[in-house]
Design a protein around this ligand. Structure first.
Ligand SMILES: Cc1cc2nc3c(=O)[nH]c(=O)nc-3n(C[C@H](O)[C@H](O)[C@H](O)COP(=O)(O)O)c2cc1C
Length: 171
């Protein structure tokens, strides 16, 4: 069977923080590509679509060649980071104007990487993604959450990363 091609979008206020570390560990296990949203110009959703010339559509055109899309975000106030939320809002463009692209999302798998201070994330954090992936018709494969008291310490999460990536491989 051909390898599932995975892309991980990292949306954090820092490009080398805990979420980026978690994403990079998962990426090396899955041989996934990593895209740091900080490197792209993605404007907030606009009902008039006056932002069509920013990087969002070009990025999504590339991304649709992958089989699995993983979103990686820190938990900021029990929610996705602002940059991740802007990215998610812009997926609405694919339902309204670029419908062909939107339809292709239905063939994709999806998963979530989260980091936060709390030992266990509030249920609402994952629910936002579960509902969104469900609405988009994407096959949600679950979340890996890494609790970080301070910096991301790889050894503390190595087993969970191993289990999570093995489960994705087995799908
Ligand atoms: C603005 C802000 C809000 C936060 N809100 C929460 C929260 O609601 N729950 C939590 O457990 N940690 C919270 N944290 C801690 C971060 O989720 C945690 O430090 C995370 O690993 C940071 O990831 P990053 O390095 O990718 O930004 C918050 C941190 C910031 C900066």
């Amino acid at each position: 069977m051909p390898e599932t091609r995975t892309v991980i979008f990292v949306g954090s206020s820092r490009s080398t923080g805990n979420t980026a570390e978690l994403a990079s560990s998962v990426a090396s296990k899955l041989k996934a590509s990593v895209i740091d949203l900080n490197q792209y110009r993605i404007a907030p959703f606009d009902y008039e679509f006056r932002n069509r010339d920013d990087d969002f559509l070009t990025l999504m055109n590339q991304v649709l060649s992958f089989d699995r899309i993983i979103l990686a975000t820190p938990m900021y106030w029990y929610s996705p980071s602002a940059i991740m939320k802007i990215f998610m809002d812009r997926i609405s463009d694919l339902l309204k104007v670029e419908k062909d692209l939107g339809r292709q999302l239905r063939t994709k798998k999806a998963a979530l990487l989260g980091t936060g201070y709390d030992a266990i994330p509030a249920a609402c954090f994952e629910q936002v993604f579960q509902h969104t992936f469900d609405y988009l018709g994407m096959g949600y494969e679950g979340m890996l959450y890494a609790s970080c008291q301070d910096d991301f310490i790889h050894a503390e999460h190595a087993l969970a990363i191993e289990k999570f990536t093995e489960a994705l491989h087995a799908e």
